[in-house]
Design a binder for this molecule. Structure first.
Ligand code: BTN
Length: 238
């Protein structure tokens, strides 16, 4: 499987998209020690010092019908969650793109698609001994803060790449739906979120055929395709 590692890049997603345009195959991994302009979701930046985090992107050309490509970020979340479980953590997938450990964000996923490929970018906090507070209900954490152990980004990227290839080899994402649902943050609990532009409150009841979030709102099932600012209505006290 193709694996490219660089000392420095502007953004692994940008580099992966360039390689994808040039025909790089399914599964190609692009990673770096440091990004000069790493990107997060919603136009935010993603900053991380060299040696402190995983910054990588994978070019995917899944055989799944494009209608099912909403599952790709969720499948990536599943791979990351299963890896963290191997280290005895209890991660949650915060729909659709974040991984939480003990209620704090340890990783984020930025997936960018066109009709031929999807580039899935992964940013994971690995070795930070402290993380700055952010203006959000959800604070960051790192693997080191949660476990007292450090990880090496390049070898972790290779493990993620193998995991992703295994999960995407599933003939349909519906076979892994249950595995993702089991790890969904606030599954069966009441949340509030912004769906496109509208604020909604309801109970998370699962994932629909195309990876949309299913929310029970006043006894009726609603589908959420674009969730922002999802949070528990009654947060647990620490
Ligand atoms: C988010 O939580 O907002 C998603 C963060 C994604 C960051 C990663 S780091 C590697 C890849 N390259 C980028 O420019 N962004 C993603």
């Amino acid at each position: 499987m193709a694996f490219h590692w660089y000392k420095e890049l502007v953004s692994t997603n940008d580099e992966a998209k360039q390689l994808a345009k040039e025909g790089a195959p399914h599964g190609t991994m692009v990673g770096t020690d440091f990004q000069t302009a790493g990107r997060g979701r919603s136009g935010k930046s993603w900053q991380c010092q060299a040696g402190e985090g995983l910054m990588c992107s994978v070019i995917l050309r899944p055989e799944w019908d494009t209608r099912y490509w909403g599952w790709i970020a969720l499948s990536t979340g599943l791979v990351l969650a299963e890896l963290l479980e191997r280290d005895c953590l209890r991660p949650k997938i915060k729909y659709p793109n974040d991984i939480l450990v003990n209620g704090k964000k340890i990783a984020g996923i930025l997936s960018e698609a066109n009709s031929d490929y999807v580039v899935v970018g992964i940013g994971m906090n690995l070795n930070m001994a402290s993380v700055p507070r952010v203006e959000s209900a959800i604070q960051p954490t790192s693997f080191y803060l949660e476990t007292d152990c450090k990880l090496e980004a390049q070898s972790y990227a290779a493990t993620v790449q193998r995991g992703l290839m295994d999960v995407l080899a599933s003939p349909t994402p519906l076979l892994i739906r249950r595995e993702i649902e089991k790890r969904l943050a606030w599954y069966g609990e009441e949340v509030s979120l912004i769906n496109r532009t509208e604020k909604v409150e309801g109970i998370i009841s699962g994932l629909g055929e195309y990876g949309q979030l299913l929310l029970e709102v006043q006894g009726k099932e609603e589908e959420v395709f674009d969730a922002h600012e999802i949070r528990a209505v009654k947060p647990l006290l620490d």
